[in-house]
Design a protein around this ligand. Structure first.
Ligand code: HEM
Length: 167
């Protein structure tokens, strides 16, 4: 019973959101929606690209003379700028059909499970990368964390592209 009430509250919130003035303007404009889509993808390219570069470096791919921590430091700002752009664009896309997305299994898996897991691992990797880089060899746990983060972001993207095909 509580579960059904929870779903009802989510759908009510979705209906409210998609009827806000900015969501209606987005939904009815010919060019704003594609622009917001492009914004989401631009942010994602920055976010995923810079995150995966560090993961691959932990896995020993690329310039081995450059420690992963140096790469992580150099990309840190662009990494989080990309994240902010992706989240802003994603939220605006979501607001257009919020009630439908909130009962879409692929969307719920992406937002409620995969993104939180990947994000937690990303922050752990960013915090630990310096200590791992100071060891004589990158430890197995660091490689595992890099591989897991990489696979989790790929799963997020897979869930995202499945949204239109899943009820
Ligand atoms: C930061 C991690 C994220 C990743 C890797 C990601 C990935 C993607 C990808 C690859 C697509 C393209 C799907 C397609 O057109 O085939 C997409 C679309 C979309 N994303 Fe994200 N996204 C992220 C965050 C978010 C967030 C936080 C939200 C909402 C608050 C969001 C909402 C959406 C929506 C509504 C679509 C359009 C789905 C559709 O109707 O096809 N995304 N995302």
């Amino acid at each position: 019973m509580k579960g059904i009430e929870g779903v009802g509250a989510l759908v009510n919130f979705g209906n409210w959101l998609q009827n806000t003035s900015w969501a209606l303007a987005l939904a009815t404009s010919d060019w704003v929606y594609p622009f917001v889509q492009a914004t989401h993808f631009t942010g994602l390219s920055l976010w995923i690209g810079t995150s995966i570069a560090v993961d691959l470096s932990l896995l020993g791919v690329g310039n081995k003379r450059q420690p992963p921590s140096r790469l992580s430091d150099a990309l840190f700002l662009w990494n989080w700028i990309g994240f902010a752009i992706a989240i802003a664009g994603g939220f605006l896309l979501f607001s257009v059909s919020a009630a439908t997305y909130l009962i879409n299994l692929a969307f719920l898996t992406k937002l409620g499970l995969l993104i939180p897991l990947a994000l937690i691992l990303h922050v752990v990797v960013q915090k630990k990368v310096r200590a791992w880089g100071q060891m004589p060899q990158i430890p197995a746990v660091a490689k595992l964390a890099g591989l897991a983060e990489l696979l989790l972001w790929l799963s997020v993207a897979t869930a995202a592209v499945s949204i239109p095909y899943v009820g």
